[in-house]
Design a protein around this ligand. Structure first.
Ligand SMILES: *Cc1c(COP(=O)(O)O)cnc(C)c1O
Length: 482
């Protein structure tokens, strides 16, 4: 960031005392002074408040001259025509102010590194409530998985989702693993999932010994292409896991219809879509069971964490058993099955309770971020906005667009580089799993491949500044004019 500062007010010379320099530094909010030669004003070095602090600690007094202090200050400089991208490279933990020199080595302006300017793709939305409840755990000593917040958090998620039961666990991935095991899915079984999802969906299937079977995406919802499910079904198929990608619900009615016809279980991977709805019913309540994730970038977070939701008591109980070492509920140290330690801690649940108290506010804020992007990007002919089907209320987990590179004249990688230079975070769309070495198949799923190649997720934190959204969309749109 270039500043327009009155440089005269920052100048000091070799004869300036530490006291004088402290006055100069104190009078400006940047925390720096500029050491120059007396007559010519030729630049020598920057002297910061940190330099003065170190000089005092070394034993120099307020009346010492700066010239007596050895190796003080920093002399990294640029010229007025140095490109901003080069300037950015020079900033570091030590160098936060870089003077701009004219051809007589006089300082004409300053570049300031502004670390606040980094715009993140996602950010947790916290207030005092999280701090208070975590504090309560510490003070009371209930820090592991016993404690009142675990059940309270489960109740709150169940109520918000509209399911009877919720079983918390330590990640969205373990939630998927638990619910698959609870349904008895294992070796020899096949589970149908979209190729375009976060790898955890397939990994959890693999943990059980079952095989993930991939299906291409639908270009309108970016979710599993319902018309391609039936041909993927074999005699070994046991379940379908639709993923509500980027917060937009999959078309659940036809999926449930196919499942019924072929006697399959349906599990929603709702990790990215907590609070979204499908035909006015909450995501997570639309099938046999569903899973949420509370990783730091999800709709709500507990740091790490996950949840299974279902209306089936027997299945919920199986998940509880497997989550807690397979230990029988009313007989301590009696293990019926080989279980896992997938428990959520009371501390994490405390954060979850605080987060659930404001989930609707968080979603409302995410919707207004999406609305702002939509308004600024609609009508750009080479941009496809995120899915928004009439049957769905998306929560726009990450606001993701498609850049139609042929018409735009640039691609997602180019755009990401420009964002990076401007300290704006962004994400590619997941690699379709059938293209990863660990899950490679010879199939071609052109829609998922296209979404991966042309999709980009933009910063979507709930309390994003409108100015930042405008800056981001201006950058995107101006790329198209080049
Ligand atoms: C985040 C995510 C998961 C996994 O959640 P973790 O809590 O990170 O284990 C699973 N599926 C999808 C679609 C996700 O986005």
């Amino acid at each position: 960031m270039k500043m327009n500062i009155k440089i005269e007010n920052l100048l000091i010379n070799r004869n300036s005392t530490i006291r004088e320099i402290m006055r100069v530094i104190n009078a400006n909010r940047i925390g720096v002074s500029i050491l120059v030669e007396k007559e010519s004003n030729k630049f020598i070095s920057m002297v910061t408040d940190g330099d003065i602090r170190r000089a005092l600690l070394k034993g120099f007094g307020l009346n010492s001259c700066i010239d007596e202090v050895p190796r003080v200050g920093n002399a990294t400089t640029v010229q007025s025509d140095t490109p901003l991208s080069d300037v950015m490279q020079l900033f570091s933990d030590k160098i936060r102010v870089i003077p701009i020199l004219d051809n007589k080595y006089r300082v004409i302006d300053l570049h300031l590194s502004d670390n606040r300017r980094r715009i993140a793709v996602a950010q947790p939305f916290f207030d005092d409530k999280e701090i208070d409840l975590v504090n309560e755990c510490i003070v009371s000593g209930w820090v592991s998985s016993n404690g009142k917040f675990v059940e309270k958090f489960e109740e709150m998620v169940a109520r918000h989702t509209g399911t009877k039961y919720a079983v918390s666990c330590n990640s969205g991935t373990s939630a998927l693993h638990l619910i698959l095991m609870a349904h008895g899915i294992g070796a020899g079984d096949e589970v149908i999932i979209p190729s375009l999802t976060f790898a955890a969906t397939a990994n959890a299937v693999t943990y059980t010994g079952a095989k993930p079977i991939f299906v291409d995406s639908d270009i309108e919802t970016w979710n599993i292409d319902v018309s391609k499910i039936e041909i993927a079904i074999t005699k070994n198929t046991k379940a379908i896991i639709p993923v509500h990608l980027y917060g937009h619900p999959a078309d659940m009615d036809p999926i449930n219809k196919i499942a019924k016809e072929f006697d399959l279980i349906v599990i929603e991977d709702a990790a990215e879509a907590q609070g979204a709805s499908y035909k006015n019913r909450m995501v997570g309540s639309l099938s046999d069971a569903a899973t949420f994730s509370f990783f730091g970038n999800k709709i709500i977070t507990t740091g790490e964490g996950g949840m299974v939701v279902t209306n089936n008591l027997e299945i919920a109980e199986k998940c509880r058993l497997l989550r807690n070492h397979g230990m029988t509920k009313d007989k301590r140290y009696w293990h019926e099955v080989v279980g896992y330690n997938y428990r959520l801690t009371n501390i994490q649940a405390a954060i979850g309770v605080a987060q659930m108290g404001k989930i609707d506010l968080i979603i409302q804020k995410k919707l207004s971020v999406a609305k702002e992007y939509n308004n600024l990007l609609k009508g750009v002919e080479w941009i496809t906005l995120p899915p928004n089907k009439s049957f769905a209320n998306s929560v726009y987990w990450l606001y993701t667009i498609i850049i139609n590179e042929d018409k735009a004249g640039f691609d997602v990688n180019t755009l990401m580089k420009v964002f990076k230079k401007n300290k704006i975070d962004s994400r590619i769309v997941f690699y379709p799993l059938h293209t990863l070495p660990i899950y490679k198949t010879n199939e071609e799923f052109p829609v998922s491949e296209k979404l991966h190649k042309m999709g980009i997720s933009l910063p979507s934190a709930p309390d994003m500044d409108k100015k930042d959204i405008k800056e981001i969309t201006d950058i995107i749109i101006s790329q198209g004019g080049l």
